[in-house]
Design a protein around this ligand. Structure first.
Ligand code: LLP
Length: 443
């Protein structure tokens, strides 16, 4: 089967240029580090658009498919604009994500609002801005949403988030579809929720069901399994409540290749499996072909992103590890310390030496656990070398913090030998901008 972009470890445009340096989107990464400083998030527009095209091609035979990019992976105005241009909608989980997309001038009917504890203000904002769908997670939210919609004389168009009881093999922190999960209605609670919607909550209109099983998934079977369960439920609900639902949202979760060991399935394989499964359930349960929503996040944005760091100090522990420290770490990429996530890096600048050594890439933050990459073999590194860490597009900037009061890095977009800043580097004044020193302390 044809390879898709999520199956490659490095951005599509990555190459070694005539100066012997790594180049992405036609831009020399060493020049980028000099111009914009490091740490620097770099997004390759071509890779991002390629994966969008892969997804669209994979589902072209089923036009009732809607791609909703999971903004939590990386939410910025420019990235949202590119995805909008590619015809993607957006899965959002906060007022901040909704507002970012709104400010980018995107049609809010293409937005879905998710989350297990949406606040009153967030639900209000979603209704005021006219987001297309709200995925209702629990009984508390149904009541709250109905109240808000009623007070505004509006109807909330919703899906019901359910936990279908499917387990997947990924880190336990990023599994969500298993039965004992904090997300969604248990299968046994669906009927009570529908009862309430039909008989009490007059300002809520239910369109379908939603589930999400987990993230960084390599098993292909979970998507057809989800469709089986949700189609069966839709048929049962139609029969019991005479309620016609025709939307199925199967969430996101497709994995990417962080290291050579990772073998994620291709979008084409997933597409074929999903489309075949839909025909099967349509016949089996005698239902109308449903509109299918997918919410990929990581597999859309991860591969297009790299982070550039500058090498600083190093330390050889006598008879132990050689640590090479870079100017970023757990605040710009918390994934290694949170999930023991593994990454691959290369030296961006030309190295004449044939000598390689095994080193551990340490971050700059004041924690022993701030290790970006354990035991990687690289050409001997020196202070000033630029290190390029691959596959950092997803869940890096979006989970970044100001730990140790360090400014968050800038993000640039590269394409056709041009680079543009899409997120400014924070300044020291940005860090103190929200501090207030009470007058009585200003002596
Ligand atoms: N839809 C829902 C309802 C989700 O909860 C998620 C991710 C997605 C879609 C997108 O999943 P993706 O295609 O990106 O796998 N911070 C973790 C990942 C947490 C994912 C949470 N939910 C990490 O860095 O691995």
């Amino acid at each position: 089967m044809t390879k898709s972009t999520n199956q490659s470890l490095k951005p599509t445009t990555l190459r070694v240029n005539n100066s012997g340096n790594l180049e992405i989107g036609g831009c020399d990464t060493v020049d980028l580090a000099n111009i914009y400083d490091t740490p620097l998030y770099v997004i390759d527009e071509k890779t991002l658009r390629n994966i969008c095209h892969d997804y669209k091609k994979a589902f072209e035979k089923y036009p009732k498919t809607h791609m909703m990019y999971a903004s939590k992976a990386l939410c910025t105005g420019a990235v949202s604009k590119i995805l909008d241009e590619e015809g993607f909608g957006f899965d959002t989980v906060s007022a901040g994500e909704i507002y970012t997309i709104y400010k980018a001038g995107i049609d809010m009917t293409h937005v879905l609002f998710n989350g297990n504890n949406k606040t009153y203000e967030e639900l209000e904002l979603a209704l005021d801005l006219g987001v297309g769908r709200i995925s209702a997670d629990n009984f508390f939210e149904l009541a709250l949403l109905n109240e808000i919609a009623q007070s505004k004389g509006k109807t909330a168009d919703i899906l019901l988030r359910i936990t279908p009881g499917i387990e997947c093999h990924t880190h336990e922190y990023i599994q969500t579809g298993h039965l004992d999960s904090k997300f969604g209605f248990d299968m046994t609670q669906i009927d009570s929720a529908i009862d309430l919607i039909l008989n009490e909550y007059k300002n809520i209109k239910l369109h379908g069901l939603h589930a999400h099983i987990g993230s960084q998934i390599f098993e292909t079977s979970i998507f057809p399994d989800e469709i089986e369960i949700m189609a069966r439920e839709i048929a049962r609900i139609e029969e019991k409540f005479e309620l016609h639902l025709n939307e199925i949202n199967i969430g996101g979760g497709l994995g990417v290749k962080y290291t050579p060991k990772d073998v994620p399935p291709s979008t084409f394989e997933i597409g074929e499996l999903i489309i075949n499964k839909i025909s099967e359930v349509v016949e089996k349960y005698n239902i109308e072909p449903p509109t299918i929503f997918l919410e990929p996040g990581r597999s859309i944005i991860s591969t297009s992103g790299v982070t550039l760091y500058t090498v600083g100090s190093s330390k050889q522990v006598p008879h132990g590890t050689k640590y090479v420290a870079v100017d970023g770490g757990m605040a710009d990429n918390p994934r290694p310390s949170m999930y023991q996530a593994e990454y691959v890096a290369e030296v961006a600048n030309k190295k004449e030496t044939d000598k390689t050594e095994k080193v551990t890439i340490a971050g700059r933050y004041c924690e022993s656990g701030d290790i970006l990459i354990k035991d990687i073999t690289l050409p001997e590194l020196e202070e000033g070398d630029v290190l390029c860490v691959y596959n950092t597009g997803a869940y890096n900037y979006s989970m970044a913090s100001n730990y140790n009061r360090v400014q968050k890095p800038a993000m640039i977009l590269v394409n056709d030998s041009k680079s543009e800043v899409i997120v400014k580097r924070e300044t020291l004044d940005d860090l103190t901008a929200h501090d207030i020193i009470p007058d009585r302390l200003k002596k």
